[in-house]
Every structure is written in structure tokens, then in C-alpha cells.
Design a protein. Structure first.
Length: 299
């Protein structure tokens, strides 16, 4: 029963993978196995709509008559190399629509290595499981800097980046808890823009803090997750441009329902809302529905 509960609980980690509110940016949380399984595969499809087109630094919200819609198809796979070390990869595809325009393509791929530094060798009511991970972000998605359609065809940062994170999880009877800290940094790069050559992009540090809890019964789970996201200034410079950028902040609330199909497979449905939490700044805000299928293989 505990293995079933834990597996349902892990389906929610993917729903905590918070994309940036706009521009196809942000750092997705890595694919990570926190059970005793050998490998795990997950595919998810999300449907989002930008309901607040911009929030300025003073906190004023602006809404247009028409909103951008974003669909994301994501594949996650993780494999345990030995008892403590694991490898993961995340491959997302993004489609953006606005009015009668639509653009699709690959977003930024992420590969990661995780290490279980605090294993649960035997059940303890209070001791959690602890993981650390590091990842590499590939610049496979077009960014707003190379966009030819006002950012509608942007799907990522188009910058090499690294991530460093920490995960703690705990199941107590029919309840589960999770805490995730994720930091990321993108390296400076010169990009050829449609409006200017050799634009140098400098991206500061970014990160997110996520906490979640859930209740499990039979083969079902209902969970709630809260996340706070921060992105440092993005400076864009060349001979004619000197834009120091703005700090971006927003929060997100995720409600998740999961169901076990078998002992090795499960499905989940999530609703996320970026308009409910905190004081957002210099960002857009969206609401998203997503469905996910997960398959795991035991050792």
C-alpha cells in the first residue's frame, strides 16, 4: 500500500515543474526517481492561457482583449544507475497561439544527475528521504531575442544553463509531504537578433521554492502544491542597445488529482493558477490544465 501511495505522490512532482509565466523561459524541474524503482517514464500534456498579459514593477495588472494560449507536450525519463545515483532527461515541445497565429517547436532540453544522500533504509515516522541534483540546460528552444513574431515563436532561453537543486520527501500514514529548492544560472552569450547583430545577453541567477502535501486513499490522491519563482535581471546589450532588464517574480498554486491504474502505472490531472499567490512583478500570469501518464519499472 505504501508503494502505491508513494507512486501517486511522485506523479505530482512533474506538476511542480513550473514554466516561466511568459516567453517560454524558466527552468523546469528535473526528472527524478524518489522511490525504490529502477526507472520511470512520464508524458504530460498541458493547456494554458495567459490571463494577465503583464504585471509591471509597481504591481499593476494589465489584461488585453485577446490572450495567448500555450500547449506543452513533455516527456520525462529517469534511470537509477546504482543504489544512489540516477540520470534523467526532460524533452518539452511547445505550441503558442494568439488570434490566428500559431507556432510550435522544441523547447529547452534538460539532462540531470541526481544523488540520494539521505536514503530511507527502513521506515521511520519522522526521517525524510533526501536528494540533490545538478542539471545541464541545452539551448534548443528559440528565445524572444531571436523571435520574428513578437515573441510568439519563442519557446526557451536559447542559452546554455546549469541547475542545482534539493528535494526532500516524506510519507506519513496516508499523508505525504515534499519540498523542492531549485537554482539555475544561464551563461552569457552573443545572439544574432533579427533587429540587431551580436546582442550580448547576460542572465542572472534564478530559482524556485516549492512545497506540497497530499492525502491518499485506496488508489487515489489529492494534493496541493505552492511555488514561488524568482528570475534575476536579464541584461541585453550591443553598440546601440543597453537594457538592464527587470527582476521577475510570481507564485503558483497547483491542485492535483492522481489515480493508480495498476501497481506500475498511473494518471494525474492538475490545475495551476499564477494569479492567486504573492505579489507578482514584471511578468505575465497564466492558468493551466494538464494531464499526465506515468509508467515505472521495478528493480
Amino acid at each position: 500500500m505504501i508503494r502505491v501511495i508513494v507512486f501517486i505522490f511522485l506523479n505530482t512532482v512533474s506538476s511542480l515543474s513550473l514554466a516561466a509565466a511568459c516567453c517560454g523561459g524558466g527552468s523546469a524541474l528535473p526528472s527524478l526517481i524518489t522511490t525504490d524503482d529502477r526507472s520511470q517514464f512520464a508524458s504530460s500534456l498541458s493547456f494554458g492561457e495567459v490571463v494577465v498579459d503583464s504585471v509591471n514593477g509597481a504591481g499593476y495588472w494589465f489584461r488585453n482583449a485577446h490572450h495567448q494560449q500555450v500547449q506543452t507536450l513533455k516527456f520525462d525519463y529517469a534511470y537509477v544507475l546504482d543504489n544512489d545515483v540516477q540520470f534523467g532527461v526532460t524533452i518539452p515541445f511547445v505550441n503558442k497561439k494568439f488570434s490566428d497565429q500559431s507556432y510550435s517547436g522544441l523547447s529547452d532540453i534538460q539532462m540531470s544527475v541526481g544523488y540520494e544522500y539521505l536514503p530511507e533504509l527502513e521506515y521511520n515516522l519522522f526521517k525524510p528521504k533526501g536528494f540533490v541534483y545538478s542539471g545541464l540546460i541545452f539551448p534548443t528552444g528559440h528565445s524572444q531575442y531571436t523571435s520574428q513574431h513578437s515573441g510568439l515563436d519563442s519557446r526557451g532561453k536559447q542559452l546554455w544553463g546549469i541547475t542545482l537543486g534539493h528535494v526532500m520527501s516524506k510519507t506519513i500514514l496516508n499523508y505525504d509531504l515534499i519540498q523542492i529548492i531549485d537554482l539555475h544560472h544561464y551563461f552569457d552569450q552573443s545572439i544574432v537578433s533579427p533587429i540587431a547583430d551580436n546582442v550580448k545577453v547576460h542572465h542572472g541567477l534564478g530559482g524556485q521554492l516549492n512545497i506540497g502535501a497530499g492525502y491518499n486513499w485506496s488508489k487515489e490522491r489529492l494534493g496541493l502544491q505552492i511555488g514561488w519563482i524568482y528570475e534575476d535581471r536579464i541584461a541585453v546589450k550591443n553598440q546601440s542597445i543597453d537594457d538592464s532588464g527587470f527582476i521577475e517574480k510570481y507564485g503558483q498554486v497547483v491542485i492535483n488529482y492522481s489515480h493508480m491504474l495498476t501497481d506500475l502505472t498511473g494518471v494525474s490531472v492538475s490545475y495551476s493558477d499564477q494569479t492567486l499567490l504573492g505579489s507578482p512583478e514584471n511578468t505575465s500570469l497564466s492558468k493551466t490544465m494538464s494531464v499526465q501518464y506515468t509508467q515505472r519499472w521495478t528493480r
